[in-house]
Design a protein around this ligand. Structure first.
Ligand code: ZN
Length: 591
């Protein structure tokens, strides 16, 4: 999935970037008379403008698009000195945008990678290997396992890990991030035993005799996770740089990062200052679970300019607040009206999940931010959680009408008709109430998802077609590390709605075509980052964030969208990624 061999050339290219580090208001300029310094010709340029126009060529001056049109027109206006990128018939799109991405590959660099593991035994072997090079007593971490992809079709449990790690605490995070497994050593350190009660908003998974299995869900994970020493500043910085480079290699140029606590915001500022930032970041700050944490987060946000104001001329935005209303579909902790299923046929008892925060308290917290003019995005998976979130937004917007705060519903997996109608109204009247969705859930964790939701609900998962019919716009994303981040997977999932085991339990009634799917990763996504005047489409006056692909995603069979390959990525007219192994090399591109 990652192209390490390309890292070197990317670093060289990145070093050529020069980004002014000033805090600026958004000011697109239609500089149509400026001479071009770069032109792209002989392409199929998907502009994602209001008419979904296709162009052959475009010209760029000073990082901005000057003109879009035919080869003849663009060439005729270009000076002799212009740099020419000949696309040789390739397809270009706006740089793709991920509106919900835990923008961090530190685990990828330093933890055991479990995303490709097919059996419990394989996971245990990886832990054993790590133990062999780790001092007794030191923590061992891994991430990315998913029982839906294990042939054992069960959780990894403490007893599996105890055999190979009797003297080290082990914590392996599930791919959803909503649960994980600790070994017995770690459970002891966390003082979790058969006598320990489930914390509010969390579950200690237990066997038939009531003993903890090692699997901890939601808030129950904290007892273990709080004991693990955080990555060093240098490790986190490396994780961020790797993420930016790998993003660019997938034609991606912007992300909404829902968690910029600790030193992450400082690291973003630092990389920007050093001209090493090659992905635009719209950062959210976690507002916590009570009014004190909310006030602290508010104070921190108020020291920064609000979007669309930015740092680095549209490169970094202190966007607003992230809150949680519930848990996950995979872990069956999302807050739903009707009980979850534990497998395709059996109900999970009376389990209807739970709210992450006391619902009236959640409403008070949102009010605090809304009244201060702060953008809020709330994690809501279950239908009941989504209703509560959209009704909260509606109530507060009625009380204090404020246009353009663009409050979001993160995941928004199974909205009710009421929720969809409310979102349509809020979008129309207040420019608010946008679902920030992850089509690749249907693929990467689709098998456990389908089982959890059951046959009645699964067809309503990510109801994109209903959205289009009701004039609701939505945004695309990966929720990386929950699913792999390349946006091509989300474009494909939006169209085919297929699970990792090639099933279609979600049906195709809610499928959209690639044209619509692309909007959710470009212009609609740009809007949710408050950057729609700068990016999201290829039009005069906008920044030249452009991805070039090896094939035309508008005409290939839907099944192939997943496999499109990025060959060149521009950020503000500068090359931030160039595939040196491209079969038809754009040698002149690597300036
Ligand atoms: Zn997330």
């Amino acid at each position: 999935m990652f192209h390490n061999s390309k890292t070197f050339s990317r670093l060289v290219l990145c070093a050529l970037l020069t980004l002014p580090l000033t805090c600026t208001a958004q000011s697109p300029s239609a500089a149509s008379n400026d001479p071009a310094d770069v032109i792209l010709i002989n392409g199929k340029i998907i502009t994602v403008d209001a008419h979904d126009s296709i162009a052959e060529a475009l010209s760029i001056h000073n990082g901005k698009i000057v003109a879009v049109g035919t080869n003849d027109k663009i060439r005729a206006h270009a000076p002799k000195s212009v740099r020419v990128i000949d696309l040789h018939g390739r397809t270009a799109t706006p740089g793709l945008i991920d509106t919900h991405c835990h923008f961090d590959e530190t685990d990828e660099l330093y933890a055991i990678k479990l995303s490709e593991v097919k059996t419990v035994a394989e996971a245990v072997t990886l832990v054993r290997n790590k133990v062999a090079t780790t001092k007794p007593g030191a923590w061992i971490q891994g991430a990315g396992w998913d029982e839906g992809k294990l042939s054992d079709h069960r959780y990894i449990i403490a007893a599996d890990l105890d055999k190979v790690a009797p003297d080290n605490p082990v914590w392996l995070t599930h791919t959803t991030g909503h649960y994980g497994v600790a070994n017995s050593y770690a459970l002891r350190l966390a003082k979790i035993s058969a006598e320990t009660k489930d914390p509010t908003g969390g579950t200690i998974d237990r066997d038939a005799s009531g003993h903890p299995t090692g699997v901890l869900k939601e808030i129950a994970m904290d007892a273990v996770r709080n004991l693990i020493p955080p990555y060093t500043r240098e490790q986190q910085r490396n994780g961020l740089l790797k993420m930016m480079a790998d993003f660019n290699a997938e034609g991606m140029t912007a992300a909404k990062d829902p968690g910029t606590e600790g030193i992450r915001w400082d690291l973003y500022r630092e990389l920007l200052q050093e001209n090493k930032s090659t992905v635009r970041i719209f950062a959210l700050l976690y507002g916590g679970r009570d009014l004190n944490s909310a006030r602290a987060a508010l104070a921190r946000l108020q020291s920064n300019p609000k979007p669309p104001q930015s740092f680095g001329d549209g490169m970094l935005l202190s966007g607003g607040i992230k809150l949680f209303m519930d848990g996950s579909g995979g872990g069956r902790t999302g807050w739903v009206y009707d009980p979850w299923f534990k497998n395709p046929t059996d109900l999970d008892g009376h389990n209807t999940g739970y709210p992450n925060i006391d619902p009236p308290l959640y409403r008070q917290m949102v009010k605090l931010f809304h009244d201060a003019g702060i953008h809020v995005s709330t994690h809501a998976v279950g239908d009941r959680a989504i209703d509560w979130v959209v009704d909260t937004y509606a109530e507060l917007l009625k009380e204090k009408p404020t246009k353009g705060l663009r409050h979001g519903i993160i995941h928004c997996n199974i909205p009710t008709d009421h929720a969809i109608d409310t979102m349509a109204r809020l979008q129309r009247d207040y420019d608010s109430g946008y679902p920030e969705t992850q089509a690749p859930f249907m693929w990467w964790i689709g098998d456990i998802y389908a089982a959890s939701f059951g046959s009645k609900r699964e067809r309503r998962l990510m109801p994109y077609m209903t959205y289009t019919q009701k004039n609701v716009i939505w945004t695309g994303g990966s929720d990386y590390f929950v699913t792999p981040f390349p946006a091509r997977y989300g474009l494909w999932s939006s169209v085919v709605r297929q699970t990792a085991s090639n099933q279609q339990p979600f049906g195709t009634a809610e499928s959209v075509d690639i044209h619509t799917a692309l909007k959710s990763y470009t212009i609609w996504a740009a809007h949710q980052l408050f950057l729609e005047d700068r990016i999201g489409s290829l039009e005069p006056g906008k920044d030249a964030d452009i991805a070039v692909w090896d094939r035309d995603l508008y005409s290939i069979p839907a099944a192939d969208i997943k496999n499109i390959h990025c060959e060149l990525t521009l950020l503000r007219g500068q090359v931030v990624f160039h595939d040196a192994h491209s079969p038809n090399p754009m040698a002149d591109a690597a300036f």
